[in-house]
Design a protein around this ligand. Structure first.
Ligand SMILES: Cc1ncc(COP(=O)(O)O)c(C=O)c1O
Length: 399
């Protein structure tokens, strides 16, 4: 062994050496300390987890199925749950059958499985700029060549996207068209159609990640990209934001049988199947309770919190600040004039007991940026106004 090399660095795969550590998990260690007002997390508000209903569903699953509820199960997932998901899509006008739905351990696992079956080292993957950190991390395992396409207030910059499609021959394009993480923006209907048609013409695969679509508190619902390009779109969903993330239940809608089969093989190799007990509890919950009513309660609360945050930003942040106006989801994105350091803001704000996520980790290879993410789902409107005034003071001192 070379003196300068540790045993670990000799043993570790090239793959793991290149994957970034989750900067947000590190930040959360600081941000979750007692007394901190945290706009840094990405958690749904636990006040709205349906604890009593889940208690009843858990008992029902055990009394109905006995020890069978705890046995190994099939990789594709519980048929009853897959049917319930397909039914919801049918109601929304999407022609999706349960045969193409694979239950995953959160949509995070879906991202890993997609990487596993599609990405060879060096393959080009187009992502939004900025993009969801967890997707960058999951796909980094397969060592792609990420190309980030500027995100505008109504979706990807279509000219840059077209150029990248034609010149770089990407394997995949990863997008979050509803209430994007980190920016909170949503794609216009026009851009969804344009992306779909470029995918069809150029034989491109779109990964449409949609964990927030149901959490809409304003505005008009748009169609999924899947609707416009069903053979070219892999659609991801999750119960993390509508029921509870601890169950780790998400899903993939595969556009073709062949893709579905490969995903099943990849999942078998990963974990055999997703926790079947959780699948049964969720399926029982969907059958026995009015989920629409429950989601409406979440949307109403998040809408008020978002409103409080945006109003306070408009009132207290300095001239030149730009902020997105999400119509759903859990985040807004603040951009300061060029030259501003959101890393410095993070450090200054944490001393005043307020946490934000600086923008850099949402970009590929950027050390700092003038923008940052704010989460509104876990703080009351009053906490939000107080926290934003503290941030405004920190910003003033930095500028
Ligand atoms: C855009 C996006 N995709 C996927 C996930 C992972 O969600 P899940 O809990 O379903 O694994 C998240 C989590 O915050 C997310 O924001």
């Amino acid at each position: 062994m070379n003196n300068t090399e540790t045993l670990e660095s000799q043993l570790l795969s090239e793959r793991i050496k290149t994957v970034p550590r989750s900067f947000i998990r590190d930040i959360l260690k600081v941000a979750n300390a007692p007394g901190i007002t945290s706009f840094a997390g990405g958690l749904p508000n636990k006040e709205y987890f349906p604890v009593e209903a889940i208690k009843k569903c858990t008992q029902k699953v055990l009394s109905k199925n006995g020890s069978h509820a705890l046995q190994y199960s099939n990789t594709e997932g519980l048929l009853e749950l897959r049917k319930a998901i397909a039914d919801q899509y049918q109601k929304d006008g999407l022609n999706i059958s349960e045969d193409r739905i694979l239950i995953t351990s959160g949509s995070q696992q879906a991202l890993d499985l997609i990487g596993k079956i599609f990405i060879n080292k060096g393959d080009t993957v187009l992502i939004e700029k900025p993009s969801y950190l967890g997707a960058i991390q999951a796909m980094s395992m397969y060592q792609p060549n990420f190309q980030a396409i500027t995100l505008e207030e109504d979706g990807l910059n279509i000219n840059l996207f077209r150029e990248a499609v034609l010149n770089q021959k990407p394997k995949l394009t990863y997008v979050i068209p509803n209430f994007q993480n980190p920016t909170g923006i949503s794609y216009s209907e026009e851009k969804r159609k344009q992306i779909a048609s470029l995918a069809i013409i150029n034989n491109l695969l779109i990964v449409e990640d949609d964990p927030y679509g149901a959490i809409r508190f304003n505005g008009k619902k748009h169609k999924n990209i899947f609707h416009y390009a069903p053979e070219n779109t892999i659609l991801l969903g999750s119960f993390s934001k509508t029921i509870a993330p601890g169950f780790r239940i998400g899903w993939i809608v595969a556009p073709k049988d062949e893709i579905f089969e490969k995903l099943v093989i990849a999942k078998q190799a990963s974990d055999l199947h997703t926790d079947i007990f959780s699948q049964r509890v969720i399926a029982t919950y969907l059958n026995d309770y009015n989920t629409k009513e429950h989601i409406n309660i979440i949307c109403k609360a998040y809408g008020q919190q978002a409103h409080a945050m945006i109003n306070a930003i408009e009132k207290y942040f300095p001239f030149g600040t730009k902020c997105t106006r999400p119509e759903g989801g859990m985040f807004c994105w603040v951009s300061m004039p060029k030259g501003f350091s959101s890393l410095q803001l993070f450090e200054a704000a944490i001393k005043e007991k307020v946490a934000v996520v600086p923008g850099a980790p949402f970009y590929i290879n950027e050390a700092d940026s003038n923008d940052f993410r704010l989460n509104f789902s876990c703080s009351s409107p009053e906490e939000i106004v107080t926290g934003i005034t503290v941030l405004a003071k920190c910003i003033q001192q930095l500028t």
